[in-house]
Design a protein around this ligand. Sequence first.
Ligand SMILES: Cc1cc2nc3c(=O)[nH]c(=O)nc-3n(C[C@H](O)[C@H](O)[C@H](O)COP(=O)(O)OP(=O)(O)OC[C@H]3O[C@@H](n4cnc5c(N)ncnc54)[C@H](O)[C@@H]3O)c2cc1C
Length: 398
Amino acid sequence: MNSLTATSPADQGFTPDQLELQERARTFVETVLIPLEVQAEEAGGRLAHETIEEIKREAIAARLNGGRVPTQHGGQGWSMIEWFLVGEQLGRVTGGLHWHVPSAYNVLLSGSPEQIERYLVPAVRGEGGDAYAVTEAEAGSDPDGIASSAVQSDGGWRINGEKWFVTSGDVARVLIVMANVVDGPERLPTLFLIEPGAPGVEFVDDPKFTHNYPHGHPTIRFSDVEVGPEAVIGGVGEGHRLQREWFTEERLGIATHGLGAMWRLLEDTTSWALARHQGGQRIMDYQGVSFPLADSATDAAVGRLLALQVAGMVDAGADPKLIHAKASMAKLFVSEAAGRCADRAVQIFGGRGYLRSNVAERFLRELRVDRIWEGTSEIQRLIIARALERRGVEATIH
Ligand SMILES: Cc1cc2nc3c(=O)[nH]c(=O)nc-3n(C[C@H](O)[C@H](O)[C@H](O)COP(=O)(O)OP(=O)(O)OC[C@H]3O[C@@H](n4cnc5c(N)ncnc54)[C@H](O)[C@@H]3O)c2cc1C
């Protein structure tokens, strides 16, 4: 676990290699991604194919692809602290441009050698990613209520259901689909790997959302989709366990990116407040401007300590149930704090803060979803409250 025994405020006990990695990610973000932000915004989030390929090439050259994936599968084999340091830099970018950095959901690490070779390895090389489909029209906050089913057929499975909000479903090479295996009276939550071109897979809607992002979040219907036994990932009935691991990493990732967003917002807003003069003085000299900046800085610093603690707990092999609750706490705090920070930043930029070319305007829209996806803020509170009851106050808050 990161000792947090800082020798200087910035390094916080990180090793020289970790600081070099952070610097490499920062350079990539500032020289490759940030210059493309306004172009992406004006294009509704969708950059030209050649531009996306160039981003991928640069990310691979900078060794930023497949961060947590072991090196034998083409990834970087990072610790969670290292993943945090890179994710924080990637979070400084608007338009979700960091999604173009080749990577894969942690679920694929539980695949068979064949599944890893077919889906994980190419994803890390930037040759087709994945998408995770659990949410349904009638099952969002309560994923146990899903209706998607898998029944045995000819040694394999026949899948029916409809999934909503499947992020990157429009570009993924493989869909990771949660369905209940129907076994007599039992319903066994199970994850299936289904290729989007399989017969019976239909894209029924591609709605527009508040943000302009690289990929869509389509609605996908599965009608009598026949898959072989090799489509199950992690085993029949193992869906909940894999999903908890997925949620934990994704929630920590949201916190990590939110911290990067706050960092960027504070940099840009502080520079502006120092340079802008009204009424004969710097607007920074008005407490109506400087106090919201102080509040945002405090939010960012507190959130960072918490997220780093959770990352360190993962690296130290702490109890996964406790990590699950602490990741919820980090997601809840940072997503809410980042939203506040973006709102304050817009106010400090004045009319310019309402321009789409302004970083605060874009973050104000884009950070909103962090309080909804991967479990709403209310669901995170339920998880934290349950931890108070089951793991105790001391373990939950320390
Ligand atoms: C842009 C975007 C991308 C997404 N990407 C994906 C994806 O890739 N894969 C995927 O599977 N899903 C994805 N989702 C779905 C997302 O995870 C759900 O929208 C979210 O979990 C909330 O579910 P819901 O929309 O059905 O809202 P509901 O569950 O209907 O909730 C509505 C309101 O009720 C509250 N509520 C519900 N239950 C409780 C409770 N027990 N206690 C207190 N309050 C409660 C909620 O907090 C919320 O405020 C995405 C969503 C969006 C918007």
